[in-house]
Design a protein around this ligand. Structure first.
Ligand code: 4NP
Length: 162
């Protein structure tokens, strides 16, 4: 859609750990730069298990430590309309990227890719799922998402100029 608004959807499995973190971090960057009227941010999961639930308390706590508020977010599942409403569909890992590609309309003209494509300096290509880990994974999610947020903002600014 070419109406001056760029729409970004972050996608993980449950929409309670990684993509809500990306949602809150990127939203804050957008607000800090005065771009809230130009960039819309949302997140979802490819699975339905946690629909309607708030983010995982471990994600909420780790994000709060760094100044991000995940508390208003509620999980929802990827739906068909998302392909018509979002310009960027950014998966946290390869399996969710596969789902995004498999479900996409043949003529989807937006960008489907991995979030960490916007953090080429990071050693990882996927944001590791922290759900069953020892807790340290939640901080790593934040670090990776912060790095990719800068690259994604630069990409959107570049696209808006060209
Ligand atoms: P997320 O993490 O995809 O980053 O939200 C997960 C949340 C829940 C589950 C797996 C991953 N789960 O198996 O319930």
């Amino acid at each position: 859609m070419n109406d001056g608004l760029t729409r970004v959807l972050f996608v993980c499995l449950g929409n309670i750990c990684r993509s809500p973190t990306a949602d809150a971090v990127f939203r804050q960057r957008v607000q800090e730069r005065g771009l809230a009227a130009r960039i819309r941010v949302d997140s979802c999961g490819t699975a339905e298990w946690h629909v309607g639930k708030p983010p995982d308390p471990r994600s909420v706590a780790a994000a709060r430590e760094r100044g991000y508020d995940l508390s208003p977010l509620r999980a929802r599942q990827l739906c068909w309309e998302d392909y018509f409403e979002f310009d960027y569909l950014l998966a946290m890992d390869a399996s969710n990227l596969d789902v995004l590609r498999r479900e996409a309309p043949l003529d989807y003209a937006g960008h489907i890719g991995l979030l960490l494509d916007f953090a080429p300096e990071a050693p990882e290509r996927e944001v590791p799922d922290p759900y069953y880990g020892d807790g340290g994974g939640f901080v790593r999610v934040l670090e990776l998402v912060e790095a990719a947020s800068e690259g994604l903002l630069a990409e959107i600014a570049h696209r808006d100029r060209s």
